[in-house]
Design a protein around this ligand. Structure first.
Ligand code: F6R
Length: 611
């Protein structure tokens, strides 16, 4: 989705803005632009397409300044064009704005402004915002920039993260947020504004996140945050836990491949410091509930979207199996509008890599409105969801640059498996079984390292099948969410139609799809129900479908399958984490062979901050 960056300090802003936009490219966009204040005047430069295009144009852009704003746009109102790209300037050019979100009442405001002789050059709702700011300034000139922006925002319905600069107020940038993330990266004699910490991490690790309904006036050496109604706010400074190398390819051709290979250390980071000293359970410093309070929980509800939703489904299998607590998993977008009844002692978890997904955030608010305690599992320190939950667990997976989640998904299911163990140990799991579970978790980095060695074999399989048009992913029990995630990866990365089903469901309809052009991927790594899975494999075979089976040392008849990938046989608490890796590779290689942009798949955004 769209990205915002802004710079105010002593250095030349142009390069820093372009660099910030590059850092946010992974979020998805279709045009980009910057505006700088040079000798008291605002000048803007915009291009359709990649930031590289803008960077090239910037070389001949003769305007330089040490205050500026920039934007990557993902079209919503108006097609992809230079005039619809941000920044937008007010009629007369006094103000410039970049905006993420949607102004819902833009049509009425536009009609009003046209009557007042404002002119419009784009189809965007954003141009309405910047002209309304100018209107408020012209109507009642005042010496407080933030005051004018505040007055304007009181008339806006919808969502926004904005950064505004002005020829009149040449020493500050005003930013404001409602349901669209914004932060201030704190530097020495300079401040960098962004909608994503990735844009500031190269310059500073100290960040202050804006909350909904807050407006900040940002200068080079200070900033002031107030609410829309001018109340003061307590400022909390967060320390980013990302490293610069998270943002570099480090020799890999794509972030997706790099992030698949990073999984041993990502999983190690998810586990670090989270085992009890007695070696038979886990602990999470971020969960504020006592064992007594956790013991009193009768039911768990997980809300998430996309891959994080699949991770939660995996959590359901593991928690129900080991801790014997009933678990429901809801798509956050459904839960937020659904009046679902839940037991009184329900504990709610929201899971979100970015911590900014709007539907997950809305589900969180809905659960809190109903009085539930809501815990979070997020990867981004200080993100909106991390701040809005009662407590939570950080993934520490590092910045995930590939749009399609790989390492963050693996880290989420690792944490959920550890949670299953914690909840089980509070209930009925005995010490010896707990020790075995802990040992299995601790062995994960080495085992994942082994599975990563299958990369070349999977590439060869991908070469054989990348032109097939239909893929079915099939798994039973805890391998069903793995199948769902594998199918999602293939859809996202290779634009191939892929569906996932619990293996036996195939007979209830999807088998009608099976013909010689169908590839069925069986995730057959669990030891239960293998004879049944074998029957299903035979049924596909009989109808001419191709079979790729992911197995361990079990009794699947390999000769029946077209391709067999063998992965280590492991404890069932970690089996899903090990089993997803081949499917990530498969999607990656099929995507590459089909000529897809695997790091930035079409139409997708890294964090979905609009409904
Ligand atoms: C899939 C993917 C998405 C996200 C989903 C939720 O590869 O990345 O499906 O999982 O948009 O995002 P977060 O976890 O940031 O809330």
């Amino acid at each position: 989705m769209c990205g915002i960056v802004g710079y105010i300090g002593q250095k030349e802003a142009n390069g820093i803005l372009i660099d910030g936009l590059k850092r946010m490219e992974y979020r998805g966009y279709d045009s980009a632009g910057i505006a700088v204040l040079d000798k008291g005047n605002i000048f803007s430069l915009k291009r359709v397409g990649k930031v590289a295009e803008l960077a090239r144009a910037q070389i001949n852009f003769s305007y330089r300044g040490s205050i500026g704003i920039g934007h990557t746009r993902w079209a919503t109102h108006g097609n992809v064009s230079e005039c619809n790209a941000h920044p937008h300037l007010s009629t007369g050019g006094n103000f410039a704005i970049v905006h993420n979100g949607i102004v819902e009442n833009y049509a009425q405001i536009k009609a009003f402004l046209i009557e007042k002789n404002y002119t419009f050059h784009s189809d965007t709702d954003t141009e309405v915002l910047v002209n309304l700011i100018d209107y408020h300034y012209q109507k009642a000139p005042c010496s407080y920039f933030a005051e004018i922006v505040r007055k304007t925002l009181l008339h806006i319905k919808g969502t926004y993260g904005i950064a505004v600069m002005s020829e009149i107020f040449a020493n500050e940038i005003v930013i404001a947020r409602k349901s669209s993330p914004l932060l201030i990266g704190l530097g020495e004699g300079e401040n960098i504004i962004a909608s994503d910490a990735a844009a500031v991490a190269r310059y500073t690790k100290r960040v202050v996140y804006l909350n909904d309904g807050e407006v900040a006036s940002v200068r080079s050496d200070n900033f002031l945050i107030t609410t829309l109604h001018e109340n003061t706010v307590d400022v909390v400074c967060h320390e980013l836990d990302w490293e610069i190398h998270d943002m570099d390819l480090e020799g890999y051709p794509h972030y997706m491949l790099k992030e698949i290979f990073e999984q041993p250390s990502v999983i190690e980071n998810a586990m670090r410091g989270r085992f009890t000293t007695d070696g038979c359970s886990t602990k999470f410093g971020g969960i504020s509930l006592t064992p007594q309070e956790l013991r009193a929980v009768d039911h768990l509800l997980f809300c998430a979207c996309g891959s994080a939703y699949h991770a939660c489904l995996e959590g359901k299998y593991l928690i129900e199996k080991y801790a014997r607590i009933p678990v429901d998993v809801e798509h956050a977008s459904e839960f937020r509008y659904r009046n679902a009844p839940f037991q009184r002692n329900t504990l709610v978890f929201v899971v979100s890599q970015s911590g900014e997904t709007i539907d997950t955030l809305a589900a969180l608010h809905e659960a809190k409105r109903r009085g539930y305690t809501v815990l979070g599992i997020t990867n981004v320190v200080g993100s909106t969801i991390a701040r809005a939950t009662d407590a939570g667990i950080y993934q520490h997976a590092g910045l995930e640059m590939g749009v399609a989640s790989t390492k963050a998904f693996a880290s989420q299911i690792t944490i959920l498996s550890m949670l299953a163990l914690l909840l089980a140990r509070i209930r009925d799991m005995d010490t010896v079984v707990g020790v075995q579970y802990v040992q299995a978790l601790k062995s994960l980095p080495v085992i994942i390292g082994e599975v990563l060695k299958l990369s070349n074999s999977i590439q060869l399989i991908a070469k054989k099948y990348h032109n097939y048009k239909r893929f079915l992913f099939l798994g039973r029990q805890a391998m069903y969410p793995v199948a769902l995630e594998g199918a999602l990866k293939l859809k996202e990365i290779a634009y191939v139609h892929a569906e996932a089903f619990p293996t036996a469901e195939m007979k209830h309809g999807p088998i009608a799809l099976v013909s010689e052009g169908t590839v069925c991927l069986f995730i057959a790594t669990q030891n239960e129900l293998l004879d049944k899975t074998m029957n299903n494999i035979q049924e596909i075979k009989a109808r001419g479908g191709k079979i790729i089976a992911i197995v361990n040392n079990n009794c699947i008849a390999r000769e029946v399958c077209d391709e067999v990938l063998t992965i280590p046989e492991v404890h069932s608490g970690i089996n899903p984490i090990v089993s997803i890796i081949p499917l990530q590779f498969f999607a990656y290689y099929v995507g590459i062979l089909r000529g897809c942009d695997v790091d930035r798949p079409r139409n997708l955004a890294k964090s979905v901050t609009v409904e």
